[in-house]
Design a binder for this molecule. Sequence first.
Ligand SMILES: Nc1ncnc2c1ncn2[C@@H]1O[C@H](COP(=O)(O)OP(=O)(O)O)[C@@H](O)[C@H]1O
Ligand SMILES: [Mg+2]
Length: 257
Amino acid sequence: MSRIITITSGKGGVGKTTVTANLGSALALKGYKVCLIDTDFGLRNLDIPLGLSNRIILDISDYLQKMCSFSHIIVKHRTMKNLHLVPGSKKRLSEMELKSFREMLKQIDSLYDFILIDSPSGLESGFFYALDGAHEAIIVTTSDKTALQDADRVIGILESQNELELSLVVNSYRNNQEVEDILQLLNINFLGAIPADVNIIAANNKGNPIALDPAIQSGVMFRKIAQNLSKHHYNQTIDLPTYNQTIFTHKKLKLSF
Ligand SMILES: Nc1ncnc2c1ncn2[C@@H]1O[C@H](COP(=O)(O)OP(=O)(O)O)[C@@H](O)[C@H]1O
Ligand SMILES: [Mg+2]
């Protein structure tokens, strides 16, 4: 049986796809069988950081419409054969297709150790389907005030509606205090944080997940998060290296709504 984990957020553009691609790669590096599913229907892009865009022939919609078998839609990573991608659909899915999604999860449950679902941003269409059938959800946020406010809202909704194990990844932090402030505010299990780093943008564009590069600090930090995730190890005390290679100028944020 696999651990089905939805990567979600309140606001778009906070790094869900980046986190999904890199955690998936880091888990696959550790030898786990991993399936990454792109459910950001209409905005398919999880294939880009994985460098698999040219390999997509069929997508999730073809499977959900029963036009082909599951093995036909998966795209295997070039070097890590235990890392599979289920490409999202470029069009929005019908109600019927969305309903078949949960059925699909049941059918592939025994094939993988981890199924990571890259979800649309909070409360958009498809958001609840991406969580239907998941055991766990990772909320990704930056310190941006709107992202935090939306993350807080999504956490509230998920805590009230689902029996999901929730955890947090802070993305694009610029100093440790920022992360501490976010943790204090959101107060959920903390998996780890990734700094703002130009190398991540370059790696995404090249289709080489940064987690595969042990020479780059943010890549190592993705591996640490994958390690925490695999061990259910949530760390409430923050032990982040000071990161100098930032791409933004730090502005002190007041984290109250
Ligand atoms: N830690 C980071 N540092 C710098 N840029 C990042 C970082 N994480 C993500 N990005 C960039 O931010 C943009 C949005 O990231 P993405 O993962 O697509 O977000 P989402 O899936 O939440 O919309 C992309 O251009 C990505 O390369
Ligand atoms: Mg995305």
